[in-house]
Design a protein around this ligand. Sequence first.
Ligand code: 2P0
Length: 368
Amino acid sequence: MTAGMRDGTAPPQGAHPRGARDGAEPIQITTAGPPARPLFTVMEATAQAQPNIALVKYWGKREPVSNLPAVGSLSVTLDELWTRTRVRFDETIAADRFELNTRASAETSRVTACLDRLRGLAGTQRRALVSSRNNFPTGAGLASSASGFAALVAAAAQALGLELSGEEISRLARRSSGSAARSVFGGFVELPAADSSTADVAATPLLAASAWPLGVTIAITSTKAKAVGSGEGMQHTAETSAYYDAWVQTAAADLVEARRAVLARDFETLATVSERSCLKMHAAMMAAQPGLVYWNGATVECVHCVRALRESGVPVFFTIDAGPQVKAVSPPEHAATVRKALAAVPGVIDILHSGIGGGVRIIESEPS
Ligand code: 2P0
């Protein structure tokens, strides 16, 4: 029985009980001929997770070491964009190695910190080779750390034979990246704020993707990695923005309103609260000293484009994360109209589209 079954939360798709796991049985590597004494064992698994787009934003930490969020957030998990991560624990290597899109990555220390928590649970010191691939731009405000850490935790847990529930995977992913906690689950997902008495939080699924199949059209206005990472940006905002306290104080009401709107499939209310949460978060960032501006000119033009579409009767709203891309959420039957309008905005260099998808899962194939 998985811990997920014990506590009533659904385990991520593909997280199987011990004995029925895909790709997690230790591979016995032996010399040719008898006796078949293992020289060493390799434990390996691959997971896929999708990024998520927050409609009610997380920005700010109550406690930076445990990475506890100061505000609750609500997101949709995408289906077309993905991170695939293979983790291979190998007793013959001395240090973790992390490759992203076939190149050695500078983020290895963050990966190691995440793996250390899993190694602690499994009681092993074994180092790992981590190979990860994204089918979308990395570090450009498209939530690559959300899908990245959700996939990393799920793959590593599987490779180590840990039987973790979705909730446990979400808690571990959150320690590395707050938004990663949400990518563990599919559909509409909520991550609560931590209050002063909370030692840990995990995301919880709110509504299945199939229950309200919205589409997300993403206007790419730059593929450059952002100059200020989210963690640094949050800290800077919390320390220097005159609007930070107001941001935190008003976030809880937004979450309540968005949750109600999602459960009622009330698009208009969700549009209002999502744009409000997005603009308040960016206002708090911009009021930091010096102000943090993730937008470029095309970002602003896309905002006006989405609002003009809505004025003309198209149900659509925008949201923007820590980067210059604009995500437009609409019912799928309006996605073509939204795509065409955003593609015509000067400065938009590409358009991606995604439906709402499932949570993290173990897969057979490996990143190449
Ligand atoms: C979100 N963002 O709710 C918000 C909106 C960006 C803007 O969560 O420091 O990588 O690793 O916990 O999750 C991006 O920040 O931050 C983020 P850390 P994370 O999606």
